[in-house]
Design a protein around this ligand. Structure first.
Ligand code: ATP
Ligand code: MG
Ligand code: MG
Ligand code: MG
Length: 319
């Protein structure tokens, strides 16, 4: 089990890692903890690990990278694990990288014809302009991050510059997106080839100064409420699940992912908009992903166990 890491989601990852460790033990596995420090060193029982290409990691059968954000969820650690030649839970290098980069992801999903909000990518120091027909409010976000870090909702042109600066503090590439209205829906996917798609969950924000599903809402106790199954017309839930599956397959995900959506006017025209895929979503038993899977009939220890098996299955297929 790998946790910690260099990203601003380090603390979230430490909680996920501890929960995964307990889940592995509950499922009858042995678990060794490796913490990646904020400087990027890999520590096991207080000692810095030396990694040897081709030599595996601590003689373990599978690595569970319970890491979120850059240097963990973005393909970089997955690349290290490929080099070590050890099976690991979750998506490979390319899918991890594509899903972490919201701009690359959106371009790929656009090519697949999946519905999304209008967006524009802005690179630090380059000329850009809002496309015609772009209205307010907009969301400004770093391309490669998570947990809503660096994201702002912008009501009008006056506040745009400050929001861009806030996002550029985290990434040279930033997205400006049309704000979606309606409800936020999340869907869990589990599997490599045969996929289990969870029921839809609705996110209700209870505590947020920023007025959206921000870091405070995500990690303050009582900051959000998850309603599973989401109260949606069944045709709409099924459409969300079908898009979750299609996006997962298109991005080439393996193991698990949480797919985030907006549904505008759910009881009327019901426009389903794909927001993003998280290839290593928050992973404690009370995290949204685990609760969605629970609703699909998969308990936390079983979930951890199935992910370990999926990792081995993929490793064997690829050799
Ligand atoms: P996660 O923790 O799920 O990885 P993230 O940091 O990758 O989050 P997003 O999921 O893209 O970021 O956005 C975070 C939140 O900001 C959303 O859950 C939603 O509340 C709000 N948001 C982002 N983009 C939009 C949009 N275009 N329209 C409306 N709300 C948005
Ligand atoms: Mg995300
Ligand atoms: Mg995330
Ligand atoms: Mg999200």
């Amino acid at each position: 089990m790998l946790s910690g890491g260099r990203s601003s989601e380090r603390e979230v990852s430490l909680s996920s890692g501890e929960a995964v460790r307990e889940g592995l033990i509950a499922a009858g596995h042995e678990a060794l903890a490796v913490e990646i420090t904020a400087e990027g060193r890999w520590l096991h029982e207080g000692e810095v690990l030396s990694l040897t290409p081709g030599a595996g990691l601590l003689e373990c059968d599978v690595v569970f990278p319970a890491l979120h954000g850059p240097f963990g969820e973005d393909g970089t650690v997955q690349g290290v694990l490929e080099t070590l030649d050890v099976p690991y839970v979750g998506s490979g290098v390319l899918a991890s990288a594509v899903c972490m980069d919201k701009f690359a992801f959106k371009e790929l999903m656009r090519a697949a014809g999946l519905p999304q909000v209008a967006y524009v990518g802005v690179r630090s120091g380059e000329q850009w302009r809002l496309p015609d027909g772009f209205g307010w409010p907009v969301f400004v976000k770093p391309a490669r991050l998570g947990s809503s870090v660096g994201i702002s909702r912008v009501e009008g042109p006056d506040a745009l510059e400050e929001a861009l600066e806030r996002a550029f503090a985290h990434d040279r590439l930033v997205l400006i997106e049309q704000a979606a209205s309606g409800v936020e829906i999340e869907c869990g996917v589990l599997g490599n080839d045969r996929l289990l798609v969870s029921p839809c969950g609705e996110i209700r924000v209870r505590r947020s100064r920023a007025g959206f599903y921000d870091y405070e809402a995500k990690y303050t106790p009582g900051g959000m409420e998850l309603v599973v199954p989401a109260p949606l017309p069944s045709e709409v839930s099924e459409r969300v699940q079908a898009i979750a599956r299609a996006a997962y397959e298109r991005a080439g995900c393996c193991g698990l992912a949480r797919v985030d959506f907006f549904v505008e006017d759910p009881w009327g025209e019901a426009r389903v908009l794909l927001n993003e895929i998280n290839t290593m979503p928050g992973f404690t038993p009370t995290s949204v992903y685990a609760r969605l899977m629970e609703a699909a009939g998969v308990s936390y220890p079983e979930l951890v166990d199935r992910l370990v098996r999926l990792a081995v299955e993929r490793f064997q297929q690829e050799r």
